[in-house]
Design a binder for this molecule. Sequence first.
Ligand code: FAD
Ligand code: UDP
Length: 362
Amino acid sequence: MFDYLIVGCGLSGVTCARLLAENGHRVLIIDKRNHIGGNVYDYYNEDGILVHKYGPHIFHTKHKQVWDFLSRFTPWHYYQHRVLSLVRGKLVPMPINVDTINMLYNTNYSSENIREFYDKVKQPDIPVTNARDMVVKNIGLELYELFFKGYTKKQWDLDAEELDPEVTARIPIRYNRDDRYFEDRYQGMPRYGYTKMVANMLDHPLIHVMLNTDFAVIQGKIAYDKLIYTGPIDAFFDYKYGKLPYRSIEFQFETLDCTYYQEVATVNYPNDYDFTRITEFKHMTGQIHPKTTIVREYPCSEGEPYYPIPKAENKSLYAKYRKEAESGKNLYFTGRLGLYQYFNMDIVVKEAMELVDSLLKK
Ligand code: FAD
Ligand code: UDP
């Protein structure tokens, strides 16, 4: 008999499991995959290089409570992510900053006068109702077309006009020379990898882990009081209102016989090739190795549900499932798939911490 059954061994499920166990609850956590960690799972490939099975994951947060919580389970490699974008044949900093503008237009702006440039191109008066206008409002049409239009189409197979503003709002426009991808105060990679961090989180006498176990198969066969579900909410309800759309990605890994392949961890390709970006893991993990592994990301529609698609009609479909979920007794949803939201790792941890807080008060 368990107090909680948690479906999904990703960061959201594991955070719930750990906090509930520390408060005396007996937890069974299951995953249909053959490994822990959900989409943050990493492993050493056949050449001994630490890679991320489900695409590059860089931890960053402004939430001290999330950073402090995870820091109990891992020391950090203090890495700050940098990205270049291949535009008009040049590798330039992304997010767009003063140097991006100078490299692209052969200008000589500084942080003091870059506003003059943006003021000439931006369209501050357009109403922002979609992911295209979110960008055009701040940097105008040309930069949008060079950096965002093609990438967004590849990533989502939708025009930016069809997506909610939050998609491109993830990428800031910089009025300075900061070339980091994220500005959060706390950034880093778990020093021994995400899988190790997650294993440490699960290492508690009141947590029992079962892998290769689909909820559908054990439902009704195991006794528990409360259920926390972190898989896709539409699957839980047997798609009764229809399928929630997700975007998937095919990851193509390649190991090369050289120490480094590119100058930064990630290079984005908004206008060339069918992949969106190439990431080289060693830049992120700090691993020293004579070879290097890169991954190319090819977005696709079939496959694992990696990205909820932020779009008004999808959100209204999700709202129906949400309503159904709220009427369930002893039933809780969290995580990127359970809440159908484009969450980063830190936010799924924060959501899970808040869910457990509310459960402990009941
Ligand atoms: P998941 O990790 O998806 O875990 C859900 C688990 O539930 C899965 O393991 C699944 O197998 C299991 N499951 C589902 N249904 C069932 C069932 N019926 N029975 C049993 N088990 C089931 N975030 C960042 O902060 N930084 C990044 O750099 C970053 N990069 C990313 C890159 C890519 C390509 C992707 C796709 C995401 C990225 N993210 C990043 C987001 C991050 O992956 C998620 O926020 C986080 O992993 C979500 O955790 P979760 O526990 O909610 O879901
Ligand atoms: N984006 C873009 N060009 C880029 C980088 C991002 O157009 O060079 C847009 C694109 O729509 C993408 C979104 O911004 O889906 C969010 O980018 P992010 O790097 O946060 O995506 P993730 O790492 O979650 O895949």
